[in-house]
Design a protein around this ligand. Sequence first.
Ligand code: FPP
Length: 238
Amino acid sequence: MAKEIPKHIGIIMDGNGRWAKKRFLPRILGHRRGAEALDRLLKAADGMGIEHITVYAFSTENWKRAEDEVSGLMNLMREYIQDYIRDNETSRLKIDSIGDLSVLDEDIQQNIKLLKEISKDKPGINLHIAINYGGRDEIKRAFKTMANAIKSGEIAPDEISEELIASYLDTAGVPDPELIIRTSGEYRLSNFLPWQSAYSEFYFTDKLWPDFTIDDLKDAIASYQNRDRRFGGRNEGK
Ligand code: FPP
């Protein structure tokens, strides 16, 4: 039985809109409460032994939302990234992003780059923010880079292995998530880390994301620890 704390947890922070709707508040306020919930969670989870947390902040599909919600979410991320830069001195978080940043506003791209640089030696949790991220888009971009590497003779087709493919993904160098959490009673992966989650355990809760607390995270980890991870093998003696 797996008893360790997962090294990498992926989180699909779902239900901000419904949280706001229930209170007759604008959706963007639900997202703001969601960002605050994440902030509290990261502080409370520090020191538990979790090395990586990847959060789904904005998917490649989220552009289809109403214009004011898209710009509201971008502004919220802009603000949070600025806050993380401001608080870097006292923060323990190492922060970077996955996803295609190239279409984001220039200032957001620059600030994410800056934040990654100034936080890279921090001792705490490595937070990977998925922005304009979609698993299929990530794999497509990896294919393009690999195809060019083959064309230029840098790699030979025979050298393609699972490890080589993983090294072309946005998550290169990061261990696969052992645990993926989705809130708000939805039971889908929604294009979140499809390659990396091949052997992940999934934890679903009805809690809406803004209500998710450190106790909920501990419940998710306890549930993960009680499962038998066999990777297709028999897990002899367990
Ligand atoms: C899904 O809820 C949530 C999102 C699309 C956005 C999540 C973003 C945040 C919590 C902000 C994070 C900020 C940083 C800096 C990481 P939904 O709108 O789909 O909820 P619904 O299904 O109830 O409508």
